[in-house]
Design a binder for this molecule. Structure first.
Ligand code: GLC
Length: 736
């Protein structure tokens, strides 16, 4: 449709029809057999048939046949035959599930995320979807917060690269094109800063930190052309985001330039009453519409009040028209007026879902997301040796994240299934050893459908068998970790160690056989002090997705050399949180060898995380020379180059991730001790050396200055190029 046709359509719409476009409901309200996804509190809506006939969009419903059926019937009743939008949480895959976003960030390869998002979009649109509620652009520094699993970690630059990649993978250059879907950047804004890491909790941070760190990811998604943004549950400056006029009008639509559809998070408009901001539903509706929130997800706050507010003259109809037009424009960008079913196609579903090509890409992404945290020479394993796989993830399919709601764990490849393709059956045993969760915790807290708590006697027998097998093995591989529901929404944890029952098993196995390699499944950085003390090797595999088992065996056997790097600091213990690499120096920074008492340090633990941002080992060794700069001054319109020579000193091919960090040593506001400004993966054969160069220019040095403007400032800058955020050797240059 042309713009003037949309404007003509808008003019013809009744007030009730326009308000209906602002309402979003779970798709199963239309059909009994619709698969029901409640991803928030089900407030038990009491809808009239007319409400249902005028709704603008649905969420949580998938399937070509079902969506086409709903769309057809809906449009027959819609007075102007305006099509529904179908939206869904497609976070890291549709049916072929990719590694969780935090794991994807560990690849330091945004192009892999773009590739995976393209695949997710093809599968999702075949299933009748038009919008994916993804990427999550929330910066996270607190692993207690369960949704860290959906994030791209603690660094604004790394996060931005992945948010951009996901939007581009989903939308391409034209979201109307076959296999393309609208992206929805979320949660605007600052949701990852929840105090104490407790989900939905208050966010209170200074505006400088908010702008310099937390806003960058959303900006990247908007600059990449995301068609939608979703509000967050939290307050910013004491005002709930969904009714925060300054945040949404001045910052989101003003400074960041977003002109697409803004949808509330689940019931977030109505919840501004519970926040103590809107006195009632009518005020909530007024506040949210004034803030420019276009769609009310899963409550009838808009449905119940917007028409009255306009008829009473409290709100101008133009405000409503503005939101309706944005929704009509989005439907138009997706081509739904010409083709309301877009790519919904049962045959395409069969052809695309979990096809070998998609599985292959998911396996590649998983392999590259794994981070080798420790290896005292026992990995890769010799498949001819006597191996015992012992641990609750040995033969467990539930290795997707709690947001892989469109996927199915039964489609996953377990470690055992993959290992049996490679390891000699007469010399390999597979034992669970213990349950994932410590009995007494989990069934209620994690809303587990099936009772997963074995009896005490069953646990005793499991452990007894495991210890016997461990004693007889040359090497024990222990797939351990969190239950996949211990991270994700409403899954914050104060204790960030692996379940106690698993730590006990690890301790007892090590007593009978010290040659233990842990394969770690988790959706957040963990306190790994005990695991790292006990195990000789630790391979971090996060929540690896459908092809997890194959990817893990590829790396354990050395078919693939691990190359992942941590996108988030792993704290020494939870008491250290928040700990992140790009912190300020303070006036009394601590440092090795410092004996002064009055320093910023703990009495009982170190300041440094157990494993730092950007860290990850390989099966080979790399040597990186000190950085060399082509100039020691940089003019505003010039550039300089920073180079290192990286050498593979080991005996096998490997990939190192070179990371460029820069520090602005003095400025009108304090600056982080270092900031990631570039990264590059370099694959080298044994003995091979290569000179790698990064270009540095003034644009990379810009920040929110003390006078509130954004730009660079002349002065001294330090440059590191290393294989983690802990590099020591730097060079300096002066910006003129
Ligand atoms: C949830 C989540 C949000 C999701 C939405 C729809 O509460 O906060 O990320 O997209 O509801 O399921």
């Amino acid at each position: 449709m042309e713009k003037q046709q949309l404007e003509a359509l808008l003019k013809e719409m009744s007030l009730e029809e326009k308000v209906g476009q602002l309402f979003q409901i779970i798709g199963y309200y239309y059909v009994e057999e619709g698969k029901k996804f409640i991803t928030g509190p089900d407030s038990g809506l009491n809808l009239s048939d007319e409400n249902g006939a005028l709704t603008g969009s649905v969420l949580g419903l998938q399937g070509a046949e079902l969506s086409k059926k709903i769309q057809k019937e809906y449009m027959e009743h819609q007075p102007h035959h305006i099509p529904l939008l179908f939206m869904m949480d497609v976070i890291h895959g549709m049916k072929t599930i990719f590694p969780a976003p935090l794991a994807q960030a560990a690849t330091f390869e945004p192009e892999l995320t773009k590739e995976g998002s393209e695949i997710a979009a093809k599968e999702a649109t075949a299933a009748g979807l038009h919008v994916a509620f993804s990427p999550m652009a929330d910066l996270v520094r607190d692993p207690r917060w369960g949704r860290v699993v959906e994030s791209f970690g603690e660094d604004p630059y790394l996060s931005s690269c992945f948010v951009k990649a996901q939007v581009e993978g989903f939308q391409g250059s034209d979201m109307k094109a076959p296999g393309k879907i609208c992206a929805c950047v979320k949660h605007f804004a600052g949701y990852g800063g929840a105090e104490a890491g407790r989900d939905y909790n208050t966010v209170s941070m200074d505006s400088h930190t908010f702008q310099e760190f937390y806003l960058k990811g959303y900006q990247a998604g908007i600059d990449a052309g995301a068609g939608m943004v979703m509000t967050s549950f939290n307050t910013i400056d004491g005002i709930p985001a969904s009714t925060n006029h300054h945040l949404m009008r001045d910052i989101l639509r003003g400074e960041l330039g977003f002109d697409g559809v803004l949808i509330s998070d689940f019931a977030a408009i109505k919840e501004t009453i519970a926040h103590g901001y809107s006195e009632n539903g009518e005020k909530a509706a007024e506040n949210a519409l004034r803030a420019g929130v276009d769609i009310d997800m899963m409550t009838t706050t808009y449905l119940d009040h917007v028409a009255d507010l306009i008829q009473k003259g409290v709100l101008k109809e133009e405000l409503l028209d503005e939101s309706v037009m944005r929704i009509l424009e989005l439907k138009n960008r997706l081509g739904l007026f010409e083709n309301p079913y877009k790519d919904a196609d049962e045959e395409k579903e069969k052809e695309l879902f979990l096809c070998q090509e998609h599985r292959k890409t998911a396996r590649k992404a998983a392999v590259r997301s794994f981070v080798l945290l420790k290896n005292d020479g026992i990995l890769p394993v010799d498949t001819e040796k006597k191996i015992a796989f012992i641990g609750p993830y040995t033969d467990r399919k539930e290795m997707l994240s709690s947001w892989a709601i469109t996927g199915d764990a039964k489609d996953s490849v377990t470690i055992r299934e993959a290992a049996e393709e490679v390891f000699a059956s007469d010399r390999t045993v597979y034992l669970q050893g213990c349950p994932v969760l410590t009995p007494g915790f989990g069934t209620a807290q994690l809303r587990l459908e099936v009772e997963e708590e074995p009896s005490e006697e069953e646990c005793r027998q499991m452990k007894e068998k495991a210890l016997k097998a461990a004693a007889e093995a040359d090497l024990v591989i222990m797939p351990l970790g969190e239950h996949f529901k211990e991270s994700g929404e409403a899954a914050s944890k104060a204790n960030i160690e692996i379940p106690e029952i698993q730590l006990e098993l690890l301790e007892e196995v090590v007593r009978v056989n010290p040659n233990v390699a842990v394969v770690l499944f988790n959706g957040r950085p963990l306190d790994l002090r005990k695991v790292s003390r006990l195990a000789k090797a630790i391979l971090e595999v996060w929540l690896p997705g459908t092809e997890g088992g194959h990817a893990i065996i590829d790396v354990l056997t050395g078919k693939i050399n691990p190359s992942g790097k941590l996108p988030m600091s792993f704290p020494y213990c939870v008491g250290q949180v928040p700990v992140y690499y790009n912190a300020y120096s303070t006036g009394r920074s601590d440092f090795k060898g410092c004996t002064d008492h009055f320093r910023s340090r703990y009495l009982d633990i170190p300041n440094e995380p157990l494993y730092p941002f950007g860290y990850g080992l390989s099966y080979t060794e790399f040597e990186i020379s000190a950085p060399e700069l082509t100039e020691d001054t940089l003019s505003a319109d010039g550039s300089l180059e920073a180079s290192v020579t990286v050498t593979n000193k080991g005996t096998r091919q490997g990939t190192e991730t070179l990371q460029l960090y820069i520090q602005d040593v003095f400025a009108s506001v304090v600056r982080p001790v270092k900031e990631l400004k570039g990264f590059r993966k370099v694959t080298l054969e044994p003995g091979e050396s290569r000179r790698e160069t990064f270009r540095i220019d003034e644009t990379m040095l810009r920040f929110l200055r003390g006078d509130g403007t954004v730009g660079s400032e002349p002065g001294t800058f330090r440059v590191w190029i290393g294989n983690s955020s802990v590099g020591k050797e730097f060079e300096e240059f002066t910006l003129l």
